[in-house]
Design a binder for this molecule. Structure first.
Ligand code: PLP
Length: 360
């Protein structure tokens, strides 16, 4: 039987979505074939793809002057493509680092343009967000890149930083559509779908239209994001199955009440889990500054690393999966994305209290 899955990604999907996929797997929309077996250029898939885009635009209130691209290659490939597409080689990208994934984005940008680290909380073990008044932004930078939610370190921005008129580029892989967001404050929002929105294999980029096509580089046509934008993300074969599942997840989010309702539920889940940690009399510990704690990924430590193995083994037996922390950080991590029900968090909190009682 299915367990509560706290994996950081690919992550849990809503059960009604999985049931619908199962019901439609052999025959989809009267096509006498599955969605995986029909042309992406046929009427049925084109409508399925367009519906997903419409729903994403509605749920996130994406203004008309933004492209929405559905691509392969994950957030990692997108970070490299954005560096090639948003600026020329002599321009500067500023980075604000609050964890592992910001560093990776730097690695993927550096070969293509100049990079400046405007701020970093690395010295403090990425347990906080660098104070805004200390950011060393480059005048005339092509963009400022940051990671609103750092999946491994469990650090999240709870507001959108003001960087003047410079386009803000945000890797929202691990908090995509986790609550309402003002898209118009960004140049680009991008991320993999496999945490909050669907299966792996699909990445999504929301790009202000005026930012594309100005880099002045000779790019292979497939790396030119404007080509995807001008071809409804079908410049080549898109990840059709993942795109279809995304569409179902978006319909599920709508049925759950949309971004506002999902955001309120996510906030309640996070509050319950942090209360379990903070209320454990110091048994469990979350290292992140309270104002920067993530609502999506909650790392926590037991009083002794020797307890990690028994904790994980007993958690699995209790139907709580995927709690092992990232190897870079250690300890535990509970990822509580959109599809995690409140009952899952309550079950985890109950298990944690019981484990602490028995191993205190
Ligand atoms: N950015 C963030 C914030 C992530 O959490 C992850 C994956 O865990 C990535 C980037 C890498 O994504 P992908 O594997 O889709 O390239």
């Amino acid at each position: 039987s299915r367990a509560f899955n706290f994996s950081a990604g690919p992550a849990a999907l809503p059960e009604p979505v999985l049931r619908q996929v199962q019901a439609e797997l052999m025959e989809w929309q009267g096509e006498r074939a599955s969605v995986m077996e029909v042309s992406h250029r046929g009427a049925a898939f084109v409508e399925c793809a367009a519906a997903a885009e419409r729903d994403l635009r509605e749920l996130m209130a994406i203004p008309d002057d933004y492209h929405v691209l559905f691509l392969q290659g994950g957030a990692t490939t997108l970070s490299a493509l954005l560096a090639l597409n948003l600026a020329g080689p002599d321009q500067v990208a500023d980075f604000v680092l609050t964890g592992h994934w910001g560093e990776k984005a730097v690695d993927n940008t550096q070969p293509s343009m100049k990079v400046s680290i405007a701020a970093s909380s690395k010295a403090g073990g990425y347990s906080d967000i660098p104070a805004r008044d200390g950011w060393q932004l480059t005048p005339g930078a092509a963009f400022v890149h940051y990671t609103p939610n750092e999946t491994i370190h469990g650090v999240e921005f709870h507001d959108i930083p003001d960087v003047g008129g410079v386009p803000l580029v945000a890797d929202v892989s691990s908090n995509f559509l986790s609550r309402p967001i003002d898209v118009s404050r960004f140049g680009v929002l991008y991320g993999g779908a496999q945490k909050n929105l669907g299966p792996s294999g699909l990445s999504i980029a929301i790009i202000r239209k005026d930012l594309l096509g100005k880099h002045g580089r000779a790019l292979p046509p497939i790396f030119e994001l404007l080509n995807q934008a001008n071809n409804d993300s079908m410049f080549n074969t898109p990840p059709t199955f993942a795109w279809y599942v995304l569409g179902l997840v978006l319909k599920w989010i709508r049925a759950e009440g949309g971004a506002a309702a999902i955001g309120e539920r996510n906030a309640r889940k996070a509050a319950a889990l942090y209360a379990a940690i903070d209320g454990s009399g110091g048994y469990y510990r979350n290292p992140v500054a309270p104002a920067a704690r993530s609502t999506m990924n909650v790392p926590f430590f037991l009083p002794d690393a020797a307890l990690d193995k028994p904790f994980l083994k007993e958690a699995e037996a209790a139907g709580l999966l995927g709690l092992k922390g990232h190897r870079a950080v250690g300890g535990m991590r509970a990822s509580i994305y959109n599809a995690m029900p409140e009952a899952g968090v309550a079950a985890l909190a109950g298990f944690m209290a019981d484990f602490a009682r028995r191993n205190g």
